[in-house]
Design a protein around this ligand. Structure first.
Ligand code: GLA
Length: 388
């Protein structure tokens, strides 16, 4: 069904009122929640929509189906989440900058909202994320001048342990899996790690020291909580063979220090060209590496755009919606066929009304990557993944 999209509404109502597009990793939610005026997000009424569908039960024999939520929006989506998803990931609320922006001062309010929602409704959570070079305050890696790299590593690890102990004390009853480390592998061909990462730099930009540091992070998590499933999580592993090989090498190098990285997370931020064959190859590579007992797709959304320069599509046209549904059907076929290895498929958001892809990689381009449209109505993609 074609309707006025959220971007049109936002442009009409919020232009000039301080609404700004967000860059990568800043949640779309910010944009729609802080305009101080009516937006498409407020306009939709999802409660009445999703009651009759039940995605996670349909997939009960295969894997969990999860969704990333923000503390601002979870209650609007109550029925949709309750009926369709068995796990929840905090979109931002459990990231370092949200929990411990300044050393020793913990803010759990927003993370509590999501954890309590999960507890009250019998859902489990994926912890996201402990060590990541983004959305982490600079104090975590800052040390007095002339501190050696080895001492810097010790100081960072102490901070990480305190931080994780605090999170674990509060949420270990509801969190079963942690994205312990997120996105360390470089996208640059021939380069192993993100050279601008605050953690990598603090390790003297030395691959071996960095791998040692990461191994200690996993050891801390497993010491504090021996039951939690420890993931390494990254993007583009689905289609970029070189990056996938680097991730495998990274895990081997880290495990050489005597720790087990249990599982691999494919973020799954792909587009409507994504397909069965690509995922099967990538999943098989990870399975055949013998390194992991399981994997998850931790942040799936299929952008309707296949390049950053593509023009804005304000209204999702029938042809694009159909192509997206076929892409979702195709990748879910791959997921089902590998359900012996896949533990969880999590969508990065519930409705197109609040997707980060409206702001990334291009500001203010209307994207429609999820299962439910701006108004909370299920899209063709939803039926497509249920049709098996
Ligand atoms: C990465 C992170 C997520 C989120 C998305 C963009 O994939 O892992 O936490 O920030 O970027 O929203």
């Amino acid at each position: 069904m074609k309707k006025l999209s959220k971007l049109t509404l936002i442009s009409m109502l919020a232009f000039g009122l301080g609404f700004c597009g967000c860059s990568a990793n800043i949640p779309a939610e910010n944009g729609s929640e802080t305009t101080g005026t009516t937006t498409a997000t407020e306009k939709k009424a999802p409660e009445k929509i999703w009651k009759d569908t039940n995605l996670h039960e349909a997939y009960a024999d295969y894997f969990d189906i999860g969704v990333a939520l923000s503390a601002n929006s979870y209650n609007k989506y109550y029925n949709g989440v309750y009926e369709n998803f068995s796990t929840i990931t905090a979109e931002n609320e459990m990231k370092w900058e949200s929990i411990e922006k300044t050393e020793g001062n913990f803010t759990f309010e927003n993370a509590d909202i999501l954890a309590n929602f999960a507890r009250d409704n019998g859902k489990k959570m994926r912890g996201h994320t402990l060590v990541w070079h983004l959305q982490t305050p600079s104090w975590v890696t800052e040390v007095p001048e002339n501190t050696s790299v080895d001492d810097t590593i010790i100081i960072m690890l102490e901070r990480i342990e305190k931080h994780f102990v605090a999170l674990n004390e509060r949420y270990s009853d509801v969190i079963t899996d942690w994205d312990v480390v997120n996105e360390v592998i470089s996208d640059v061909s021939g380069e192993m790690y993100h050279k601008d990462s605050i953690y990598y730099k603090a390790c003297g930009s030395d691959n071996e020291k960095f791998e040692y540091f990461i191994s200690e992070v996993y050891k801390i998590v497993q010491k504090v909580n021996p039951d939690v499933v420890c993931y390494y999580n990254d993007y583009n592993l689905e289609w970029n063979k070189e990056k996938r090989d680097k991730a495998i090498k990274f895990v081997e190098n880290v495990e050489a220090y005597g720790v087990d990285i249990h599982a691999i997370g494919f973020q799954g931020h792909n587009d409507i060209n994504m397909n069965y064959d690509t995922y099967c190859t990538a999943i098989n590579d990870m399975k055949n590496s013998g390194l992991f007992t399981e994997m998850a797709v931790t942040e799936i959304d299929l952008s309707i755009y296949t390049s950053a320069s593509q023009e804005n599509i304000l209204l999702l046209d029938d042809e694009t919606e159909k192509k997206q549904a076929e892409a979702y059907a195709s990748v879910f076929k791959a997921f089902r066929e590998h359900s012996d290895f896949i533990a969880n498929i999590t969508f990065w958001g519930i409705s197109d009304a609040t997707t980060w892809l409206d702001y990334f990689p291009t500001k203010s381009r209307n994207n429609h990557p999820l299962l439910f449209d701006d108004y909370g109505e299920k899209k063709l993609a939803f039926d497509a993944i249920l049709d098996f």
